[in-house]
Design a protein around this ligand. Structure first.
Ligand code: ADP
Length: 247
């Protein structure tokens, strides 16, 4: 039995706020080109886990391996450089710049604290932006002011801004929140396209959305792993039905 090598392998992670364990000895791994949904009731520790992976919050115990690198003691900017991208729920686009310019600024992560647009892009940079516009369904909106995009389009732009840095793992927290049904559907298609490029860890509350994929799901409860499997498999689990899926 050959187990494919995980791109992210977090083991025995514990996060404590005061005397309270938000994450309690939690282990999680994700493979290359895998979409993995992290679900569970409010307060289960899902967002905190994303925070630990990207270095925003320190874990008290355990180890986080990313490829051959140990992220456990690394700082947030180092982890981004290693190839972990995160789309936050709070918007980070420049609304008065064009969609293409937003992608340009995102392309060089080191400049993001002091972003400058170049007078002239190389042809390689131009084609990277063009490709990204196409990937995120904004092909004809490149010159449009980002502030005029719909809510869903803004979310795709943010995903594009993460993807243009060519991460090997992307963390998404409720990517379809506030979207129309049509936008949700297109986001689903987008995730399947992204999956060909990197691993994607998605925190999601919308079970219909999760069910629309046949991807792996991990259920978290009180900072711990309750179970994992496909949506079909976890629906058979008594405990999951009790604590989460509302029986
Ligand atoms: P989820 O994303 O699954 O809803 P969170 O990871 O946001 O859960 O939160 C897990 C638990 O940790 C919650 O009880 C939350 O109140 C607590 N928590 C999260 N961040 C902090 C913090 N900075 N300080 C104290 N408690 C926190």
């Amino acid at each position: 039995f050959h187990k494919p090598k995980a791109i992210l392998d977090a083991s025995d992670v514990t996060v404590q706020f005061g005397g309270f364990k938000a994450i309690d000895n939690f282990s999680f791994s994700i493979e290359r080109q895998e979409i993995h949904f992290l679900i569970g009731p409010n307060g289960a520790g899902k967002t905190t886990f994303l925070d630990v992976v990207c270095g925003k919050t320190a874990s008290k115990t355990g180890k986080i391996l990313f490829g051959n690198e140990d992220l456990t003691k690394k700082k947030e900017f180092q982890i981004v450089r290693s190839g972990v991208g995160r789309k936050f729920q709070a918007p980070s686009i420049f609304t008065n710049l064009s969609v293409a310019d937003n992608l340009e600024l995102a392309m060089e992560q080191d400049k993001r604290l002091f972003p400058l647009l170049k007078a002239k892009l190389t042809s390689k940079e131009q084609s990277a932006i063009k490709e990204m516009l196409e990937l995120i369904n904004l092909k004809s909106a490149g010159e449009q002011e980002a502030g005029t995009l719909s809510h869903g389009q803004k979310q795709w732009l943010e995903i594009g801004m993460v993807m243009i840095q060519q991460p090997r793992l992307v963390l998404l927290d409720e990517p379809i929140a506030g979207m129309t049904e049509e936008e949700e559907e297109k986001t689903g298609e987008l995730l399947l396209k992204l999956k060909k490029k990197c691993a994607i860890l998605v925190v999601e509350h919308n079970m219909d959305f999760v069910r629309s994929f046949s991807e792996k799901v991990t259920v978290m409860h009180q900072g711990q792993r309750l179970c994992d499997g496909t949506m079909e498999e976890i629906q058979e689990n008594e405990q999951v039905m009790d604590v989460y899926l509302g029986r």
